[in-house]
Design a protein around this ligand. Structure first.
Ligand SMILES: NC(=O)c1ccc[n+]([C@@H]2O[C@H](COP(=O)([O-])OP(=O)(O)OC[C@H]3O[C@@H](n4cnc5c(N)ncnc54)[C@H](OP(=O)(O)O)[C@@H]3O)[C@@H](O)[C@H]2O)c1
Length: 247
């Protein structure tokens, strides 16, 4: 991992921030990005504490194509290459199908969870091919099991998993591995405090591991998939869900 260059989207918060800290602590040069400048700087500082490696903070709204291009350009200007892309940025919206605003929510989720990943990955692939790097997409258990209260999210994550598999076939011969991680409930700001409390109780009473997930549960798997230790794994969607899919 030493000196590898990693762009981690959604690293101003939650799972992405945990991944940035983990890869930083392993010596990677990390790009921390999101929309909130203050939170980006907070994560950049934390990465600086755990590593002497270089950290770059870039504010970019992934819904704005020119911001996405700027994110890639700033990374290349600072570090000269890209070895690892982790697509972690995402939004979760409740979207029952009979809701009056369902189509608006559908468009918002498809843009925020799917289209922006296409735009960024399309720009990054030539650089990743040059380094024979890796791409890791943060999906969801909700992409594998129908979540009727969040249909659009469930569909977007399911489509993301198919993107992961297609790209693994496409880029495998070029030495690039592409994998997905499907987390179950993880304690992050994507849930408000009330939802976390309810989810904690549910996980304790229902999941085989009897607890809610933490960001390091995901970042440890990212570290493995980003390293050569996983060189025989591509096109996989790996559940990190405490056994939730079983029950
Ligand atoms: N937490 C869970 O239980 C869970 C479970 C399964 C899957 N996941 C997936 O894990 C990923 C990370 O979720 P999380 O729990 O870490 O959520 P989070 O704490 O809310 O973080 C979401 C991140 O995405 C960024 N983001 C959202 N929209 C963006 C945009 N348009 N442009 C740039 N950045 C944008 C946010 O940046 P700013 O805040 O700076 O705008 C933030 O850094 C998501 O893909 C989510 O679907 C989460």
């Amino acid at each position: 991992m030493y000196n590898k260059v990693a762009i981690i989207t959604g690293s101003s918060s939650g799972i992405g921030a945990g991944i940035a800290l983990k890869l930083s602590s392993m010596g990677a040069r990390v790009v921390v990005t999101g929309r909130d400048e203050r939170r980006i700087q907070a994560v950049v500082e934390k990465c600086g504490f755990v590593s002497s490696g270089k950290v770059l903070g870039v504010r970019a709204d992934l819904l704005v194509d020119t911001d996405v291009r700027d994110l890639v350009d700033q990374t290349i200007a600072a570090f000269g290459c890209i070895d690892i892309l982790v697509n972690s940025a995402g939004i979760m919206r409740i979207s029952p199908f009979d809701d009056r605003s369902y189509l608006d929510t559908f468009d918002e989720v498809m843009s925020g969870d799917l289209r922006c990943i296409q735009v960024l990955t399309h720009l990054v692939v030539p650089y990743i091919e040059a380094t024979k790097g890796v791409i890791i997409n943060i999906s969801s258990l909700g992409g594998q099991r129908p979540a009727v209260e969040a249909i659009a999210y469930s569909m977007a994550k399911n489509a993301l998993d198919m993107f992961t598999r297609c790209l693994a076939i496409d880029l495998g011969p070029k030495g690039v591995r592409v994998n997905g991680i499907a987390p179950g409930p993880i304690r992050t700001p994507i849930m408000d405090d009330n939802v976390v409390a309810m989810t904690e109780n549910y996980c304790q009473s229902t999941f085989p591991v009897a607890r809610i997930g933490e960001t390091n549960d995901v970042s440890e798997m990212v570290a493995y998939l980003a390293s050569d230790k996983s060189s025989f794994i591509t096109g996989a969607i790996i559940l990190v869900d405490g056994g939730a899919a079983l029950v």
